[in-house]
Design a protein around this ligand. Structure first.
Ligand code: ADP
Ligand code: MG
Length: 442
């Protein structure tokens, strides 16, 4: 190796040519590669152009003395680490304190004791080598730590996905099971309400026919009619039956949503209507949107564009809508009054605004569509915003938040659909999540 042949690059700086020649010859003989210069400015230039392993620096020089040169070397990052050994004549006063203060490592005195010079040079070179090795191994450690951190993140990511997909698939099975179980009895009622309505109408008609044909009532029938308030009963019965019909229709709707929703692990891409997915999700969230103790009902404003059908995993996208919408609901119901007292919310946000979620869909161009879900809740600080897509990041109390919703959504949109999931928010100004996905998958 090069270092075995040449023991080190040494730059000698001295204004007296005979000194230079003496040192230079001796060190070259000993296997060092030597360059010499005769003044400070040249030394600085030379050291910068090709940094040596060590500098032997005379103190007494015209123009720029050794202390000044050393100072300048230490101020430049390129030359900062090169060890400097000062040279001084015995008859000169060597200010040792100053020599060390400006960054000198050692000093030698003239006339030269050559073995001593070599020993001191060797010392400095060894120290410098060890320093370099240390720096290199530090850099390696840093690199390794970085790699470990990266691996850990990957691991957290895939763990988060595993947890969530296990949860979702068991939830999916549960939901599918419930939907199936409710479906039968609900159909039973729903189907029969129609007949019941018809039968009741027939019976009432018959009753009217009786009343018309036999207007003379016996006192007992008259009493009975009054006791049951026949007129009211007739009206009410019709009303009850029609509200039962509305109720059973609603049950069928929910069952349909549950079934759609649980199509989670459909292996294949489908061409799907995203508005249907959003509406199904809203239907499932309906009871959370209603007024809760201390929180007003949440208004949902749909601004649907003319979306074409999209090639996607519909169940996964429903999951994304569910995650974003439930976060918006959480945010809108997170007692903003309390936060304002703590000074987290600007006063510009009046507490009287109706909590609202806007869902806007639009076609971006011939290949992409976007879905923007915005709320006028408390919003997020920049710091929170920078972490929302991190797995396990949550600001919610233990047991409430898992910190998985958005990281999973991110995976679903970015990785599974080649799309974009972005978050826009300012503290006190609500939050907006935008999903952009291509119409067709490659
Ligand atoms: N609409 C929103 N408004 C304010 N903060 C939000 C909103 N959506 C998400 N966040 C923040 O992002 C965090 C992470 O969300 P998420 O990944 O769904 O986990 P979790 O809901 O379990 O906390 C939330 O804890 C919350 O701090
Ligand atoms: Mg969430």
């Amino acid at each position: 190796m090069r270092d075995e042949v040449i023991k080190g690059n040494i730059l000698i700086v001295d204004d007296k040519p005979e000194n230079l020649r003496l040192l230079s010859n001796f060190l070259t003989e000993r296997g060092y590669k030597v360059r010499s210069v005769i003044n400070g400015p040249m030394a600085l230039m030379g050291a910068k152009a090709a940094p040596p392993d060590l500098i032997l620096l005379d103190i007494n020089m015209p123009e720029m003395n050794g202390y000044e040169v050393c100072n300048a070397l230490k101020e430049d990052a390129q030359t900062l680490e090169i060890p400097v050994i000062f040279i001084s004549a015995l008859d000169e006063v060597l200010d040792k304190v100053k020599a060390f203060a400006v960054g000198g490592r050692d000093y030698i005195t003239k006339p030269f004791e050559f073995e001593e010079v070599v020993a001191r040079i060797e010392n400095q070179l060894t120290i410098r080598n060890l320093q370099k090795q240390l720096q290199e191994s530090e850099a390696r450690e840093r690199e390794r730590a970085y790699q470990l951190e990266y691996a850990l993140r990957q691991l957290q990511n895939s763990q988060a996905q595993l947890v969530q997909s296990a949860k979702m698939s068991s939830l999916g099975q549960l939901v599918a099971g419930i939907a199936h179980e409710i479906n039968n009895p609900a159909n039973f009622i729903h189907g029969n309400v129609i007949y019941t309505t018809q039968y009741v109408a027939d019976l009432l008609e018959l009753l009217e026919l009786y009343q018309a044909q036999l207007p003379e009532l016996t006192p007992e029938i008259q009493r009975r009619i009054e006791a049951i308030d026949l007129e009211f009963l007739k009206e009410d019965l019709i009303r009850i039956l029609s509200s039962m019909q509305v109720g059973t229709e609603r049950i069928s709707g929910i069952v349909r949503s549950l079934r759609n929703f649980s199509r989670l692990d459909e292996a294949n891409m489908k061409i799907a209507d995203l508005h249907e997915g959003i509406d199904n999700t809203l239907m499932l969230l309906e009871n959370r949107l209603q007024a809760q103790s201390g929180c007003a009902a949440i208004r949902v404003v749909k601004e649907y564009g003319d979306l074409p059908q999209v090639e996607c995993y519909p169940g996964q996208l429903n999951q994304v809508f569910m995650n974003i919408l439930s976060n918006a609901i959480d945010a809108l119901q997170s007692n903003p009054g309390e936060e304002r007292e703590q000074g987290n919310l600007p006063n510009s946000m009046p507490s009287s605004v109706t909590p609202t979620i806007w869902i806007c869909t639009e076609v971006l161009n011939s290949d992409w569509i976007s879905i923007r879900i915005t709320d006028n809740g408390p919003g997020m600080s920049e710091e929170v915003q920078s972490k929302v897509f991190d797995p396990f990041f949550t600001t919610k109390p233990v047991g409430k938040g898992t910190g998985l919703g958005l990281s999973i959504s991110y995976q679903i949109i970015q990785e599974q659909h080649g799309g974009l999931l972005q978050c826009f928010s300012q503290l006190g100004q609500g939050a907006s999540f935008v999903v952009k996905i291509p119409l067709r998958q490659p």
